[in-house]
Every structure is written in structure tokens, then in C-alpha cells.
Design a protein around this ligand. Sequence first.
Ligand code: ADP
Length: 408
Amino acid sequence: MAGRTVLPPMSEERNRAALPIEFVSSLLDKVEKPLIVAERNGNLLLVNARARQSLERYGYGEIKGSNLFNDILQVDAKQIFAQIESGAHEVEMLVEREGKRSTAKIQWMPEPDWVVMELENKSDAQASDPATQLTVQELLQEREITYRNLLAAYLKLQEVNRQKTVFLASAAHELKTPLAVIKGYYDLLLAGSLGRLTDKQQDILEESKDSCERLVRLVSMFLNYSALESGKLVLQLRENDLRDCLDELSKRWTEAFQRKGVKLDVNIDASIPTFRFDYQKVQQAAANLLDNSLKHTPTGGSVTLRAGPHFWERRVAALAPVEERRRFRLPRPNSVEVCVADTGPGIAAEHHQEIFEDFVRVDRNTSGMGLGLAIAKRLIQAHRGKIWVESEAQSGSRFTFLLPMDQG
Ligand code: ADP
């Protein structure tokens, strides 16, 4: 048996796909084998065309947002990694679904900490002609080399992307101190400490201070993003009260909503129990949603922040084996749903996915860097939760995230 493999601590953010994921994905579509690439926690990164066909054939529904271990293989990831840690180069397991059997071959790639799974349909494999098998084998090997080269090129691009982020982060950091000084002087002037101001002077200074605060928000948004990009996302999981977390947040935002004349309704279910989550990070995710809703809702409109216990079916799949799931339902909600709905202009369906990507902005009339939702998505996914939007153009937007209550 080969020597033991030591898995490094799991990093949620380190290997998240950056800009060219569609590019790599379309190239992998050319590979004839059904291939699935996922992060170590099972979050899907790439599913090539053959794999999508196979999954469809096996009756898997929507795979977007699925987890390789929980939803596709329906296996405890620990079992797979135990074999890898004890030296297995490849873990093979039988997958049976809707009467069809296939073999899943799972490999762990230490760099970049990815799991690569190849699916082989049993009947396909048995039906193939032994005379052609060698050629097919050769072809597959060739393709495997191509695909590994592609992954290497992709990683290189990621590194360049990382260096760019580090550079921009240091520039943003340099801006932080002078902006804090400018804001301090505005406060001093507006408080009248340096002499009485005329009404006109007061108005101009207040407007300048608003602009300065906007700039501070942009810089700090970028710094948050670059911290996440450089892999510094470490969750401080503690037993916390989500009601306090969201209450505190809504109080902080009340004044800004009043200033713009937008009504803020807060409805937080008193029955949400305490559970383990990172207080600051969840608050930041919700703050980004509130910030957007205020930005996009015109005066006279309204925004609702709602939170309540939720029964998340998919999470049950991760916790209980299939047979058990059929027999009983979990008696208690296993997650919390947080929702920010507004009466703003809404978002056309074709943008619902891309707005969660880095630097994507649809509305060019408002200020921003296209990072608020990308940051929120990372923070929620780090908690093994999910976030999405429901909206139609001209009829408001509803952003929702789910947080599982069973954080380890
Ligand atoms: P930013 O706000 O900095 O542009 P975000 O990542 O927060 O970046 O949002 C990305 C895009 O999503 C925005 O440019 C905007 O077009 C759209 N968006 C986000 N929230 C809303 C909302 N509540 N109503 C309408 N559009 C929104």
C-alpha cells in the first residue's frame, strides 16, 4: 500500500474558481469522460457536458448548487477522505440510482485541494468491444493529460488574479487613513467646533461628508473582498443569537433608511434558537443585502428584513441515509431563512446568477464595485448555506439566504 496522505486543513475560499471558470468549463466539455470537479467540501466547481448527460440519465434533477458528496454520491465525505488519508490514490465506489449502476472514481488533487470524480456507466463499460478498448484507453489517457494541462493553466491564471488583488488591496489600504482624517474634519466642522456655519456651508459640508462616507464604504468593501480572496476567511463559529445579530444591524441602518424616506420593516421570528455561526460575517452578509435594497429602492418605497426557522430538505440528505429519510421527517427546522425584500426596480432573470460574481454590476446608475453580493455569497457558503434572488424587472427583489443550524 502507498504511504499515508496527510490532508491539510480545509480552506473554504482558497480554491474558489475565479474569472475564467466558464472558459475552463467549456474546454472540459470537449473531454469524452464524464468529469466532475468539486472543492473538498463537495461544492461543485466544474461539471462537463458528458457528466451532465450522465447525471440527467440517472435522474438527478437540477445540479446547480448541489453537493458532490451529499447530493450526487450520497456518501459521507469522511469515508472517502479516510481512504485517501490511508494512502489510496483513487477511491472507487458503486453508485446505484433508478436501477442504473455506475462506478464513481474519485481522486483528490492536493494542489489545488480539489476532488475530481469520473463517472463510468456500468453497461457502457461492459458493452464496449475489447478490440477497440485499447484505442479508447489511449484516447482517454491523452484527454486526461490535456485536462490536467488545462487545470494547470487555470491555476496559473488564478495566481495572476490573486497578485492583482493583493496589489489593489494595498492601494485601498493606503486610502483608508487619509479618508478617515477627512471624515474626522467634516465631523468637526459640522459640529460647529471651528466656528458657526451658514446654512449653505452646512448643506455643502453634509453632502461632501456623504460622498466621503460612500468612498469609505467602497474602500472597506474592497478590503473585505481582498481579505476573502487571499484565503483569510476563517469562521469564528460560536453559539450566537441570530435575533440579536439582525436586530443590532437593523438599528444601525434605521437612520439611513429614514434619511432616504424608505420604510424598513423588521420581522424576526422569536422562535429562532441560538446556533453556531460567525456573528460578524453573517451580519456583514445581511448588511450588504440591506445596503443594496436601500440603494435601489426609491423614496416612498419599503424594505422588509425577515428571518425565521426553516426546514431545509437538502440538508437532511446530508445528515441521514436515504432509507431513513424516506421513513421519517426531521421534527425540527434544521436551518434559518433570512430574507431582504424591497420594492425597487427588480432584476431581470438573465442577471440572477451573474450578480453574485465578482465585480459584476448591472445597474450603472448607482455607486458600487459589484462586490457586495459576491462577498455575501462567500460568507454564506462558508457556513455551508446558500443565497439566491427572486425578482422580476419592475417588481422588486427578494434576496434570501439559508444558514444550516448544524455547524460543526
Ligand atoms: P454593487 O451594489 O456594488 O453594484 P453588488 O454585488 O452588491 O454590487 O450588486 C450587483 C448588482 O446587482 C448591482 O449592480 C445591481 O445591478 C444588482 N442589485 C443588487 N441588489 C439589488 C436590488 N436590491 N435591487 C435591484 N438591483 C440589485
